[in-house]
Design a protein around this ligand. Structure first.
Ligand SMILES: NC(=O)c1ccc[n+]([C@@H]2O[C@H](COP(=O)([O-])OP(=O)(O)OC[C@H]3O[C@@H](n4cnc5c(N)ncnc54)[C@H](O)[C@@H]3O)[C@@H](O)[C@H]2O)c1
Length: 341
């Protein structure tokens, strides 16, 4: 039985509590938040036998706790993660792993040194639709991938301490890194603030992956519709992933462009007549959908129990934060392209 403590019970933390409370092999032994009244309310609702431990140092010294799940604001991830790893706990940290690549590396070093599991909450990598798309890509279903774009927009929650880039893009970057099995080579970003000076409500990011694969992200909490849409265009087929849809999360379009010069010979063919549009069936694969958060929580407990490396380990967190850091630098420099080493 893995004894868990959950730290940070604001907007997202209660979702983690709800899921961890139902996982076989785990027990929520303690809850921790600066707001003790809030912790008490969550305890009553989901895990009445848990203790409330307000002081994080007392929690770190508690020998009864095996693992700590952190869902506090991003600026606190490093300090809390380091404290719990140093005191011998396994640690799960909500996305993004930390504020800087250096902080991520320091967390990874501490986890290695103390031989503890460090996992980051890249929840979409536990999403059945995202995993199915990875299988399509690996099977060459789309042919050569040309480009990907993503819209992750809605109205609210307006944040004050992080912009739309840090709030939303960890999801898209982790998904794209996972799908492509690679990290981007360069990044450029523009952002616009309307509600709070210096906090971008809307951000556009352009990434370039190896092999000339282009990617674009549109991230905003100032938009009339809730949209979670990713579109991929390949040489053979095209694909749309709509995370909001209940019954057609993935649509595979047998559409593409055929080169006419594959059929016509003769160098005298006019360039503008060389391409022909091919438009075939649209297929909506049936997907047995599980709650990704449940799978993510189960995976963390399994990794702790069997001392395994998580699918979304510290390095995966670092790869995402490197891109976020570079995109933030680009934002500050009005869209200057930043090379990622
Ligand atoms: N996976 C997702 O889809 C998803 C969605 C939203 C947020 N998140 C992530 O969850 C984390 C928390 O975001 P949120 O929106 O819930 O923030 P929030 O501000 O709503 O809640 C944070 C909570 O942490 C508490 N807290 C702050 N410092 C603390 C400390 N040192 N010790 C104990 N408690 C402390 C606060 O009192 C608050 O209750 C962030 O990393 C965010 O990126 C993930």
């Amino acid at each position: 039985m893995v004894n868990l403590a959950l730290v940070g019970l604001g907007y997202w933390g209660p979702n983690l509590v709800r899921n961890f409370a139902t996982i076989d092999g785990a027990r929520i032994a303690a809850l921790c938040d600066l707001d003790v009244k809030r912790a008490e309310a969550i305890r009553k609702r989901f895990c009445p036998s848990a203790r409330i431990i307000a002081d994080q140092r007392v929690l770190a010294d508690d020998k009864d706790i095996d693992a700590v799940v952190i869902a506090t604001p991003i600026r606190t991830h490093y300090e809390l993660g380091a404290l719990f790893l140093e005191s011998g706990k396994h640690v799960f940290i909500e996305k993004p792993l930390a504020r800087t690549a250096d902080e991520c590396r320091a967390l990874i070093d501490r986890a290695d040194e103390h031989k503890r599991v460090l996992m980051v909450g890249h929840v979409f990598e536990y999403n059945v639709a995202v995993r199915r798309i990875k299988q399509y890509l690996e099977a060459g279903e789309l042919g050569k991938l040309f480009y990907v774009y993503s819209q992750r927009v809605n109205l609210g929650r307006i944040q004050h301490d992080v912009n739309a880039l840090w709030s939303f893009a960890p999801h898209d970057i982790s998904i794209m890194n996972y799908w492509l099995g690679q990290e981007p080579l360069r990044v450029a970003a523009r952002g616009f603030s309307y509600l709070n000076a210096g906090v971008e409500d809307v951000v556009f990011v352009t990434l370039e992956y190896p092999g000339g694969v282009g990617a674009n992200l549109h991230l905003a909490w100032l938009d009339p519709r809730k949209v979670r849409l990713m579109t991929m265009v390949g040489s053979k087929k095209m694909l749309v992933y709509d995370d909001v849809s209940l019954d057609s999360k993935i649509q595979l379009y047998d559409k593409g462009i055929a080169r006419l010069d594959d059929f016509l010979d003769g160098p005298e063919t006019f360039a503008e007549f060389k391409f022909q549009i091919r438009s075939g069936d649209v297929v909506t694969p049936a997907i047995q959908f599980d709650e990704p958060l449940q799978s993510e929580c189960q995976h963390f407990v399994d990794c702790v129990e069997h001392n395994r490396k998580p699918m979304t380990d510290g390095l995966s967190g670092l790869r995402v934060v490197k891109v976020l850091e570079a995109a933030e630098e680009s934002l500050r420099r009005y869209g200057k392209q930043i090379e990622l080493s």
